[in-house]
Design a protein around this ligand. Structure first.
Ligand code: FES
Length: 911
């Protein structure tokens, strides 16, 4: 029961404030809703993620678990109080070290660290890890956060931005970092027009059920709310089907008569904040008739159809065939085989889905978390029956995405509410509904055989993979098609057959998650490579180098490759490989229950869509007053595209990066830069930015008749162009005003050149590939099966390193997710729908990470650059599994390698 609001006197950020609130309301809620202090984030409302950490009398507390009455008479400090006169040393250190990626955990991290530093001004690394242990970060792998905290009190000058022509390769702090460290960043839950109504969803508690509504009108009237269903959506003229790949669009925004997964939305309830805060949705008038859910992909083919349109429950199949795999295996001196099972993996971004919608004139505006604003625009327009140009998407800062925020979630729901109520409407998913209803990494069951000749060269490979794609298509077709292209790993495989199938079940929808199925397949191939090296009595690293792809080799798709960096990555690991093996041997010689081992794995990954167009367009303009504006529509979900794309553009144009003003992303202001996925933004949007910079430079040179090597200076309303022959000048005010309000403008597009795949998967699916290899050192408790990862050395070929600090951050964060996939993360529908049953790595779980950045330029990439975002996760899990086996003999074939599975595998190995 809700208590009566009471006047409560608080001391917040050094100032007295009075609020009228139920004394038991969450402090986080009062800070955000009543006091407008939205720098404190809410990720779980359960004390699991720590994003809401504030200081009460100097001690860190989860404000979501603190009743506001407990703060009465105490001093509350939030991120807004950290820097009344500019940034604190700690905030500056976060900026300087690249400790904030998406930034959603940053306020909680800063407050926890502030509490630590007040008590312990010079903490040790383990004291920092302990102090931050209650705050989860899904992006960074914690390394740069810990480094930032440790650096406070030590010298650390603010970085100057590089001069003209020196932006690419510079270790500059992220250009959009300030708002992430001062609490001003606007995430999906942080902006709403005054009086915005609140939207909540009615969701299926069943995996499969038909349903009928009862007396909606009576229920609405009794509660002063409005209820909208699929019927209202149809009345608008919408087509109630969305999907990221149009031919497979099959998912309703609101289920019509049958719910096909637990957590599927069937209706929305809209009311004032006060009403919705108090409302009890448990008596919502709906009658469910449960259906037998189809949960096991192994028996799903031929079971009850999850979707009538796909009676056999097969969404799609993928295939790549080159040479004769059976013959290659038949001719082999050694053949290894394995079957591997992987689990659902939850993205576990700290920001649950959130956003707000309102109507401006005849345009529906949606400001929400997303990785794909133009795809959202298309989906919302179709779902709500609007012309595309009447939908504007303004991406809020995304508090992590990792693939799941590529699919629309709440956008059509808040859009529907705003259209039908005529008022702004906002919505924030609870942690449970986020975990129930949004996409996951595909669980997979994969079997493969790989053969090798007596000299150690691969002769053939056969791979089969079954991927549980859940109730709707989402990115299932992409996974089914990308896996066969990549399952060989970055190794020359002359005879090859890889076949996949994506199967519908009533489980969660499986979609995009960093790597699109490739991380699962890499486990199979890399485990077998260790088997084969053992059969050959070869060093495992030497075996991989022997088979590594080289420039001019053809992939399993028959594509001739250039700029191949896998051997350079493996070679870079050699010194640590020798030392790590020696260290492990010395440790194990002492005996005892702990054993150490070393493992290796590689990756390759094609950047961008698989054999499909995926262009980006970038606009660059200069106003008459001398503003230099870069319109880039790539959403920066923490990976750094705002910074990297600008670095590339700055050097292409030849002006200092400090003079650039970033505009967008916003579908009304920025051209389409596609989605932030598939490691495509540095390559595709980066190249469009490079072309735009070059085109604008050409215009300037032509106007002044100067040579290609001329130096540019933008000085207020003029551009001075200097070469060996002298200086020319453009007075910007004298130029005619052109499109978009610019006197000089370039807008260029880039679409990576690919060739379609034929029925055997032969073609050129990607224009650019990136490569990497990880070396994992682990310690296994032979009695308990517990695995501790001690050190990961990660070599990645980026072609050209645009920003070393951001690249390291990607590597460290990807390794954290790979470690979670390897050792702890298993989403079980209906059982792990929160962040205390579903565990992700904390600061204390992370090993030492040594990134090694390699540059083997790609002839197609901008200035030689390749993508990195997905690559960084792929080798981690197989490297850890191979290290576990090296340490203990345990060949774990079901992920995650939980202690009971490791123990069982140890026993099976007879250790
Ligand atoms: Fe920590 Fe994104 S930066 S969750």
């Amino acid at each position: 029961m809700t208590a009566q609001p009471t006047h409560l006197n608080l001391q917040v950020n050094g100032k007295p404030v009075v609020v009228q609130a139920d004394p038991m309301r969450r402090l986080s809620d009062v800070l955000r809703e009543d006091l407008g202090l939205r720098g404190s984030k809410v990720g779980c409302d359960a004390g699991d993620c720590g994003a809401c950490t504030v200081l009460v009398d100097g001690a860190p507390v989860c404000s979501c678990l603190t009743p506001v009455v407990r703060a009465v008479g105490h001093s509350v400090e939030t991120i807004e109080g950290l820097s009344p006169n500019g940034l604190s040393d700690l905030q500056n250190a976060f900026l300087r070290h690249g400790a904030a990626q998406c930034g959603i955990c940053t306020p909680g991290m800063l407050m926890a660290a502030t509490g630590l530093l007040a008590e312990t001004p010079a903490p040790t690394r383990s004291q920092v890890e302990d102090a931050l242990g209650g705050v989860l970060c899904r992006c960074t792998g914690y390394a740069k956060i810990i480094d930032a905290v440790l650096s406070v009190g030590h010298s650390g000058a603010a970085q100057a931005l590089p001069a003209s022509g020196q932006a690419v390769g510079a270790r500059i702090e992220r250009l959009d970092g300030l708002a992430k460290v001062n609490g001003a960043e606007v995430f999906g839950a942080d902006h709403w027009p005054e009086g915005a109504l609140v939207v909540r969803a009615i969701r299926s508690p069943h995996f499969a059920a038909s349903f009928e509504f009862g007396d909606l009108a009576g229920w609405e009237a009794a509660r002063a709310v409005q209820v909208f269903t699929a019927r209202d959506l149809a009345a608008l003229g919408g087509v109630n089907r969305f999907g990221v790949i149009p031919p497979f669009a099959d998912q309703p925004a609101l289920a019509e008569t049958e719910a096909r997964l637990r957590g599927e939305a069937v209706a929305i309830v809209v009311g004032t904040h006060k009403v919705m805060d108090a409302i009890d949705l448990s008596d919502f008038p709906i009658t469910w008739t449960t259906l037998t859910p189809v949960m096991d992909p192994a028996t799903a083919i031929g079971a009850r159809a999850v979707q009538a349109e796909r009676a056999d429950n097969v969404l799609t199949r993928g295939r790549v065939v080159q040479g004769d795999a059976a013959a290659g295996l038949g001719a082999a001196a050694h053949v290894a085989e394995v079957t591997v099972e992987t689990a659902y993996v939850e993205h576990a971004y700290i920001e649950p889905e959130a956003g707000c919608a309102w109507v401006e004139g005849d345009t529906l505006v949606i400001q929400a978390c997303t990785q794909a604003p133009v795809m959202d625009q298309d989906d919302v327009a179709i779902l709500l029956g609007l012309p595309r140009e009447r939908v504007r998407i303004i991406p809020a800062a995304a508090g992590g995405g990792f693939g799941s925020k590529l699919d629309v979630s709440l956008q059509p729901l808040i859009g529907l509410a705003a259209l039908l109520t005529g008022q702004p409407c906002r919505m924030v998913y609870s942690r449970a509904e986020s975990m129930q209803s949004t996409t996951k990494r595909h669980p997979a069951t994969m079997s493969a055989q790989i053969g090798v000749d007596a000299a150690g060269r691969i002769t053939g490979m056969a791979f089969e993979g079954q991927f549980n794609t859940g109730a709707y298509a989402s990115w299932g077709p992409t996974v089914a098609n990308r896996v066969p292209v990549h399952a060989s790993g970055p190794y020359l495989t002359p005879n090859y057959r890889a076949e996949t199938v994506a199967i519908h079940t009533n489980g969660p929808v499986s979609g995009a998650f960093r790597g699109f199925g490739v991380p699962q397949a890499a486990v199979v191939q890399e485990v077998l490579y260790d088997d084969l090296a053992a059969a050959l009595a070869m060093d495992r690293l030497a075996f991989r180098r022997l088979n590594a792809l080289s420039d001019g080799d053809r992939s399993v798709c028959g594509q001739q490759l250039h700029g191949v960096g896998i051997d350079a990555c493996l070679a870079a690991l050699e010194p640590r490989w020798a030392q790590a093996n020696a260290d492990a041997a010395a440790f194990n010689a002492a005996g005892g229950a702990l054993r150490r081992g070393v493992g290796l794995a590689s990756c390759w990954y094609g950047c961008g869509n698989t054999a499909l167009p995926n262009p980006s367009t970038v606009r660059l303009g200069i106003t008459a007053q001398g503003r230099l504006c870069l319109h880039q529509g790539a959403t920066d979900i923490g990976q750094g595209s705002n910074t990297v794309v600008t670095q590339i553009c700055a050097d292409a144009l030849g002006l200092p990066i400090a003079q650039f003003e970033l505009i967008g992303p916003d579908t009304a202001l920025t051209p389409d830069c596609g989605k932030t996925s598939a490691s495509r933004q540095t390559v595709v949007t980066g190249k469009a930015a490079m072309l735009s910079g070059q085109a604008l430079r050409q215009q300037i040179l032509a106007l002044t008749n100067r040579g290609a090597d001329a130096d540019l200076t933008l000085d207020g309303g003029r551009i001075i162009v200097t070469d060996a022959a002298g200086a020319g000048e453009i007075s910007l005010a004298d130029l005619p005003l052109g499109a978009h309000g610019y006197v000089l403008m370039a807008e260029e597009s880039y679409d990576p050149p690919t060739l379609p795949l034929d029925e055997d998967g032969q073609g050129a699916p990607y224009a650019v590939y990136g490569y990497g290899a990880h070396l994992a050192e682990v310690e296994v408790d032979m009695a308990l099966g517990v695995v501790k990862v001690l050190h990961i050395t990660a070599a990645h070929d980026l072609g050209r390193v645009i920003n070393p600090q951001l690249a390291e951050g990607q590597i460290e964060g990807g390794i954290a997710q790979g470690l979670g996939m390897a050792l702890m993360e298993e989403f079980i529908p209906g059982r792990t729908e929160n962040l205390h049953d579903y565990l992700i790595p904390t600061a204390g779980d992370m090993p030492k990470i040594t990134p090694i950045l390699i540059e083997v330029p790609d002839p197609e990439g901008p200035m030689g650059a390749k993508g990195l975002g997905e690559h960084v996760l792929i080798p981690t899990a197989p490297a850890i599994l191979n290290a576990i086996r090296d340490a203990s003999g345990a060949r774990v074939t079901r992920l995650p390698a939980l202690p009971h599975r490791v123990l069982a595998a140890i026993q099976e190995a007879g250790q």
